[in-house]
Write a protein that binds this ligand. Sequence first.
Ligand code: KIV
Ligand code: NA
Length: 283
Amino acid sequence: TARVTLRTIRKKYDAGEPLTMVTAYDYPSAVHVDTAGIDILLVGDSAAMVVHGHDTTLPISLDDMTSHCRAVARGARRAFLVGDLPFGCYETDPRDAVKSAVRMLKEGGMDAVKLEGGSPARVEAARAIVETGVAVMGHVGLTPQSVSAIGGFRPQAQVAEEALRVLDQAQALQRAGCFALVLECVPGPIAAGITRVLSIPTIGIGAGGECSGQVLVYHDLLGMMSHPHHAKVTPKFCKQYARVGDIIGSALQRYRQEVEERVFPGPQYSPYRMPEQEVRSLA
Ligand code: KIV
Ligand code: NA
């Protein structure tokens, strides 16, 4: 199967076919997402939360992100690979942004990068990266890297003034050369309006059904963290397509029980033998 490129993405968008995107963080998740035929694989900075256990996406470093990217790139053969630029590596200066983006491609093996926000400075960063020859995906609405300024993970653009600002940001990012935009946690009608106005695809998460595509976080859609005592909740907008956490939990409990009862490994999983006389010679 041929690799998904910007041209493949453009063709689907032009044909009105929904684009599919899922996050992945390591080799096995990349193999799973890729072989399921998902178009775009995002190495999200949500890794900070779902892989490293932080409460926000802020702590993850560019080094850690490139390491996740490399593992994902080894596992993906078909999907278009987008890597999140982490908090703190692109905001201060467009030159920092370009350097960080180049690392995500050269060291991380990504096809494109994603950055958050649509302020004039972010738009400049996006433009500088695009001019370097690196494809950029934008991200507006709820931008988790701004959780400190927003005051929590809260839905965005619920009043007209804010909705118009998100639209302005989306248009500015399109003009800067972004090939697509994530719309996170904005009302469906607002996302639909932005999608109609733009001429690049929108990828929604908690943004209703009329975006050009949808994205979910791997661990959330698989129900990986469904443990009753686990503090992190699956977001309201996320459908759980499985309860993989329960499957993992019961497998591990059965293993523990079988070892404790000396049922495992038993003869079936004890494959290495020595001829009888050799065993006797050791006695
Ligand atoms: O980091 C992430 O997982 C993301 C998606 C939710 C779009 O940015
Ligand atoms: Na992200």
